[in-house]
Write a protein that binds this ligand. Structure first.
Ligand code: F6P
Length: 489
């Protein structure tokens, strides 16, 4: 497994001791249970200030610390390379380009050089792990577009690679703005398999290649041949470990965490509760949500004093001007609604800009009468699925942006256009007035969907597709997969 974000970060506490935390990353959350089930090595950038102190002589550490299940191999990038690769090209270039939230992408030649350099450093680390043998490499996300081609060439074809793209892929007109498009697409076509969340992103990718490169694009078979090498392009909607979340949801630890929330924010007691949890990112539509809530209070003064909204916004990529501007916009929107409507004993919105562990997040899911995901654009959005998995009581309402991949599956959510403030306000009203029976019917259907299409099925489908590349004569086993658990696949 290769990703930029590592699944476990070691960092120093103020008192000098070391803690190991899980990052706020849907990608890392989804892939951790897969690695626990399969074992293997996960290659990722070391980002914590105690990461170097916790690895062995090969830069590896077994994780999770309490019950080791796989090896984490950390790769070190010098700050200059990290700046250009991660902050620059990946998150000021590709991220806004692919999300189309009207934040203009920045394409700096020096960032592109750093991006290439980081991909090369990762290629060397992966080849070292493969140790001259055959290996199946599963690459994550937009940080590593050049890695597949590098691995193919540097390994002399010994490496089979699958790549999953966790964010949207734009249409070909949008992609044309990327200055080094040919090189980037050529890198991705070093893969044997390329996965997106939804069919629409696959189509966009095929259309992009068709326009930009010399390659044979077979749209019916969803395959691209370039230089004699075939890349299959397939949709694999990612998911979560439903059973694990479902079990944890009813644990005494989560019950205790719910009590802690009520002690920490006593204003929640006896009031309706709304909640959202995400990274503080402009693609998540946090200011729009707060404006929607403000509009709701304007329209429904009878709700003043009766509803509290808890917004967890985990600081992210905060060296970047676009993220600092978003942070200021969130602060401003929250201050405004609280000043406008708050009273001596009621605060409409609690904004918590801090990292929370899985127990606290699940406890908040369980306390919420409604949960809001109003991303302006999101490849999937796993938090929506986590909310559903946590509601074994079959209560609570999900308000979900129609611009998320998740909205294609969670059709029982209240769907909103996140740009339409009025729609957000109406959705909040509908959520608060939805009968218990209706909540139960909708939640039950959504839970069935997530339980069935869980992350193991996602991984199984991907692995099956990979195995078929190695053994093309095997009969189509999609139907078999419907009945088989991950281990058998
Ligand atoms: O899912 C998209 C993604 O960029 C992941 O790759 C990443 O782990 C997550 O969002 C969080 O972002 P970051 O790793 O930049 O903190």
């Amino acid at each position: 497994m290769v990703s930029n974000r590592e699944p476990f970060i070691h960092r120093k506490r103020p008192d000098g001791t070391v803690e190991c935390i899980r990052p706020a990353s849907g990608m890392a959350t989804a892939l951790h249970p897969i690695m626990m089930a399969s074992g293997g090595t996960w290659v990722a950038q070391g980002a914590g200030d105690a990461d170097r102190d916790t690895v062995d002589a090969n830069d590896c550490v077994m994780v999770p610390p309490e019950a080791p299940g796989y090896r984490l191999r950390r790769v070190w990038l010098d700050p200059e390379v990290e700046r250009g690769f991660y902050y620059g090209l990946s998150n000021e270039g590709l991220w806004p380009l692919c999300h189309i939230t009207f934040t203009r992408p920045e394409f700096r030649p020096q960032d592109w050089l750093a991006y290439k350099e980081a991909n090369r450093i990762f290629a060397e680390a992966v080849l070292k792990e493969a140790d001259g043998g055959k290996a199946l490499v599963f690459i994550q996300d937009y940080h590593f577009c050049l890695l597949p081609r590098m691995l193919r060439e540097m390994s002399g074809g010994r490496i089979v690679s699958a790549h999953f793209w966790h964010i949207p892929w734009p249409n070909r007109e949008v992609f044309r703005a990327f200055p080094w498009g040919e090189e980037l697409l050529d890198g991705l076509l070093g893969n044997d398999l390329l996965g997106f969340h939804i069919h629409y992103h696959c189509q966009n990718f095929l259309g992009t290649v068709d326009r930009a490169l010399e390659a044979r694009v077979d749209t019916d078979r969803s395959e691209i041949t370039r230089g004699g090498h075939l890349t299959r392009v397939r949709p694999f909607p990612i998911s979560i470990d439903f059973e694990a979340d479902n079990k944890l949801a009813t644990s005494p630890e989560v019950a205790a965490a719910m009590q802690r929330w009520l002690q920490r924010l006593p204003g929640l007691k006896g009031r309706k509760i709304g909640a959202s949890i995400e990274r503080l990112d402009y693609s998540k539509g946090i200011p729009q949500r707060i404006h929607g809530l403000e509009h709701f209070f304007e329209q429904h003064p009878e709700s003043l004093g009766k509803l509290c909204f808890v917004q967890i916004a985990v600081p992210s990529r905060d060296h970047l001007a676009s993220y600092q501007a978003e942070q200021a916009a969130v602060d401003f929107a929250v201050a405004r609604i609280n000043e406008r409507f708050g009273t001596s004993d009621w605060q409409p919105v609690y904004l918590l800009k801090e990292h929370h562990g899985p127990l606290d997040m699940m406890a908040l899911h369980r306390l919420a009468d409604f949960f809001m995901v109003n991303s302006l654009h999101d490849g999937m959005n796993l938090v929506a699925k986590e909310f559903v998995a946590s509601r074994s009581d079959e209560r609570g309402v999900l308000i979900l942006s129609l611009f998320t991949g998740a909205s294609r599956e969670l059709t029982q959510a209240i769907s909103i256009n996140p740009y339409a403030i009025e729609e957000i306000s109406v959705a909040v009203h509908n959520a608060l007035t939805m009968s218990a029976g209706r909540q139960q019917r909708r939640m039950r259907l959504m839970r069935e969907q997530v339980a069935h299409q869980n992350v193991y099925r996602w991984a199984s489908r991907l692995l099956m597709a990979m195995l078929r590349i190695e053994h093309p004569d095997d009969e189509d086993d999609d139907e078999l997969l419907e009945q088989q658990p991950f281990e058998d696949a």
